[in-house]
Design a protein around this ligand. Structure first.
Ligand code: NDP
Length: 283
């Protein structure tokens, strides 16, 4: 049976380190690190994420600034708020909760955030630095995955890693981070042929698809490490991953559960990115 990679426990440990560093920051600079979170509209899932981010900030000594804007907010109003936050000294990190309503231009919004405050790591400057192998602020979910692999002593160098999913927020950046640590990468997506065969050869599997248990457990090579990013609400209301956990854990050497794996680490890395941005701005 596989070792369970416990994202909740690792997250607790990291958050206590972040709290100590936030307190140290506040002693040194006379104010805590600050994170501004902007929510446009009333999407219930986004509202929960924003609330959880606020709570996590409070628990780790980071000051949270929350902006809840009306569904009908115009592009100009949103850009004006970002400009204001870019200029505010006590705001070290800015996050616009995605998705934003359809009438707004997401790309323009993300481009407007000062790259030095882009704690989601989605700005082309930060993405470009990652591509060039000199990461600055790195997207939170991939960072969380790397922390887990390091903490559990997973050997990455020379291994075959298969990433399923090519989104900007998970698939592409995790592939780059694994490549930087000398894994050989295969990136799969909806047009990939023979997905099962590719997964069967992988030493490390990262599933970021968004389809409940699409990766069958018997596709996993014996001894492989499985990271399941998927968060799918099943018919019974339970949260399920992209990997068939019950069968996969019989083959894998290590595996992340859903929930309790990648999810908790994502918010933790957001807190850490805020601290990194704060230190970089003031040091
Ligand atoms: P996207 O929808 O942006 O990307 C999904 C990717 O999966 C696409 O690249 C798509 O391919 C690929 N895909 C879809 N169907 C198949 C298929 N049949 N075979 C192979 N590949 C396929 O999703 P995200 O990257 O944003 O998120 C992925 C999952 O991770 C979701 O469940 C999301 O909720 C979860 N998530 C969890 C986080 C956490 O903190 N735990 C954080 C972020 C996301 P193509 O490009 O060809 O369309």
């Amino acid at each position: 049976m596989a070792t369970i990679i416990d994202g909740k426990e690792l997250s607790r440990k990291k958050r206590s380190e972040i709290t100590a560093q936030s307190e140290e920051f506040a002693r040194t600079y006379g104010r805590p690190p600050g994170l501004a979170v902007v929510l446009v509209g009333s999407d219930p899932a986004s509202a929960i994420y924003v609330r959880n981010k606020g709570i996590a900030c409070g628990q780790t000594g980071i000051r949270s600034f929350e902006y809840r804007l009306d569904e009908k907010t115009t592009q100009q109003e949103l850009l004006a708020l970002i400009d204001e936050l870019n200029g505010r000294d006590e705001v070290d990190g800015i996050l616009v909760q995605l998705p934003i309503p359809k009438h707004l231009n997401e790309k323009e919004v993300l481009l407007r955030i000062d790259p030095a405050k882009d704690v989601d790591g989605f700005h082309p400057f930060n993405m470009g630095m990652l591509l060039m192998g000199s990461p600055t602020l790195v997207p939170c979910t991939p960072r969380g995955i790397m922390e887990m692999l390091h903490e559990y002593g997973v050997e990455i160098r020379g291994k075959d890693a298969v990433v399923i999913g090519r989104s900007n927020i998970v698939g592409k950046p995790i592939a780059l981070l694994l490549m930087m640590e000398h894994a050989t990468i295969t990136i799969c997506h909806s047009r990939t042929r023979d997905l099962k065969d590719k997964i069967k050869r992988a030493d490390i599997v990262v599933a970021a698809i968004g389809k409940e248990e699409m990766i069958r457990g018997d596709w996993i090579k014996d001894g492989a490490v499985v990271i399941d990013v998927g968060m799918n609400r099943s018919e019974t209301g339970k949260l399920k991953g992209d990997v068939e956990f019950s069968e996969a854990e019989k083959h894998a050497s290590m595996i992340t559960p859903v929930p309790g794996g990648v999810g908790p680490m994502t918010i933790t890395m957001l807190l850490d990115n805020t601290l990194i941005a704060a230190k970089a701005r003031l040091s």
